[in-house]
Design a protein around this ligand. Structure first.
Ligand code: NAD
Length: 476
């Protein structure tokens, strides 16, 4: 069985310490991933530090050109990398699955690669001119999660490189090989040391975020880990962009025609088996529309084939790992004990694989665990409301604030409700509809800093002001 390598300074490095990577749909052993020790982390940061001034010295046009070549490598290896995503992460090749994730990787490479941050004149009068220039920060440590392993790594890597930083990335220990392989392939184009990878569990991540040679951390993952990273940044003063979890509410306004919108709502809640930071995780429905909405969602859920994502026609895969599977089962069992209605699903499926059916839960409210906690799985609690005020109050009754959505036929009314939802993004008649030009980030405990678009690119730069005194004009 093959042992995979990380890439440091353009070279594939094996480690004597490895861990098994298994397919969550079958349990099959896929290969061995290397575990970095402190020496590897030091070497990766050192390589990135050495490469950074030369990379930053390239012109914008040169860096753009190289990143467009990187996007071509992703296109050329789409099938290979998509197979890795499916085998390792579980999402199917078809539907909004691994091929879709690879298309996103290409888009989120080409768009930031083509953006510019021109010098801004922030003040000018007859005595002075003040310009703001955008400089790279230095070495970026990137820590990625397991749900969209390649796409989220790309979100962290590409803007950082575009701005002239260099990167050391650690993928999640649950989805390591595909990301290591993607970074190996990207290194066939990038100068050595510009993009490095190391792998292992949270301890390896901790070595990276505490390193004195790291200038900024881009993190996507849980609030718990984000708080540890905030503490670590007290040591090296690394700048932080933290993209954490959410408990996104979706509110359907009274009387909304959901027939035309239900597919979008279904995928807004269940894309990647609900294992998406900005999935709809709580659905608020007016009491008079409840039966109709539940019926529509249930009909869609029953039409979606679930299975091994390498098989044709499958659009829903397994949950990615045992920890997440147990969490989802535990939340559903807790809801049952507390009198919830299981509208569909609700029982773990026979193995092998971490398969759990799409589960719709009714007769629940804020104050129960399935509503208050991020399930990060294929379960949607549906909560009846009487007034829009009540729905808004319940939607905002959470410590997190990543995404949310409002569903309605009157866009003006939906926009008014949206403006009162306390989340970084509120979608109308769609959910989780991210775009590489549109800034995305959380508020409250969903993190801080944004990714994507010009604002995201600014986040991997530091401003430098160049302030010029104008010559005094002598008057006769
Ligand atoms: P996690 O926090 O357990 O792990 C994320 C990464 O952090 C992994 O690579 C892990 O090895 C590493 N890590 C663990 N301890 C560390 C430490 N002390 N220092 C440095 N790194 C450490 O999260 P997860 O379970 O992989 O991801 C799921 C969570 O991520 C969910 O809450 C989800 O909502 C969130 N998420 C957010 C976004 C977003 O863009 N906001 C996107 C995807 C996932």
């Amino acid at each position: 069985m093959e042992k995979y390598a990380f890439t440091i300074n353009g070279v594939s490095i094996h480690s004597p310490k490895v861990f098994e990577v298994n397919n969550p749909a079958t349990g099959e052993l896929l290969g061995y991933a290397p575990i970095a020790d402190k020496t590897h982390v030091n070497a990766a940061v050192e390589a990135a530090r050495t490469a950074q001034p030369l990379w930053a010295a390239k012109s914008d046009e040169e860096r753009k050109e190289i990143l467009m070549q990187v996007s071509q490598v992703l296109v050329d290896h789409t099938d290979y990398l998509a197979q890795w995503i499916t085998k390792e992460q579980g999402k199917p090749m078809a539907g909004p699955g691994s091929m879709f994730e690879m298309q996103a990787c290409v888009g989120w490479t080409q768009v930031p690669a083509s953006l510019d941050l021109p010098v801004e004149v922030v003040f000018e009068d007859e005595t002075r001119k003040d310009e703001m220039h955008r400089k790279p920060i230095g070495v970026i440590g990137a820590i990625a999660p397991w749900n969209w392993p390649l796409m989220i790594a790309i979100w962290q890597i590409i803007p950082a490189l575009r701005a002239g930083n260099t990167v050391v990335l650690k993928p999640s220990e649950y989805t390591t090989i595909g990301t290591l392989e993607m970074i190996r392939l990207m290194n066939t184009i990038l100068p050595k040391g510009v993009l490095n990878s190391i792998s292992g569990d949270g301890l390896v991540g901790a070595h990276l975020v505490e390193h004195s040679g790291v200038d900024k951390i881009m993190f996507t993952g849980s609030e718990k880990t984000a708080k540890k990273i905030i503490q670590a940044s007290g040591g090296n003063m690394a700048r932080l962009t933290l993209e954490c979890g959410g408990n996104d509410p979706a509110i359907i306004l009274p009387g909304t025609d959901m027939e035309s919108k239900a597919q979008d709502l279904f995928w807004g809640a269940f894309i990647n088996m609900g294992q998406t930071c900005a999935c709809a995780k709580r659905l608020y429905v007016h009491e008079e529309d409840y039966e109709r909405v539940v019926q529509t969602l249930d009909t869609i859920a029953r039409q979606m084939p679930m299975g091994n994502g390498l098989d044709e026609g499958i659009v829903l895969g397994p949950i990615q790992n045992q920890m997440q599977y147990d969490k989802v089962s535990d939340l559903v069992e807790d809801a049952k004990r507390n009198g919830a209605d299981i509208i569909s699903g609700g029982e773990a499926m026979d193995g092998p694989g971490y398969f759990y059916p799409i589960t719709l839960i009714g007769n629940v409210d804020n104050g129960t665990r399935i509503v208050d906690e991020e399930q990060f799985g294929p379960v949607l609690p549906i909560i009846k409301y009487k007034t829009i005020e009540e729905a808004i109050a319940k939607a905002n009754d959470t410590k997190t604030g990543l995404g949310g959505s409002v569903w309605g036929d009157d866009i003006e009314q939906a926009t008014q409700v949206a403006s009162r939802i306390e989340t970084g993004t509120v979608w109308i008649n769609q959910h989780g509809a991210i775009h590489p030009m549109v800034p995305f980030g959380g508020i409250k405990e969903s993190g801080y800093g944004v990714e994507f678009g010009l604002e995201g690119l600014k986040g991997v730069t530091q401003p430098q002001i160049i302030s010029i005194k104008k010559p005094t004009v002598q008057t006769a």
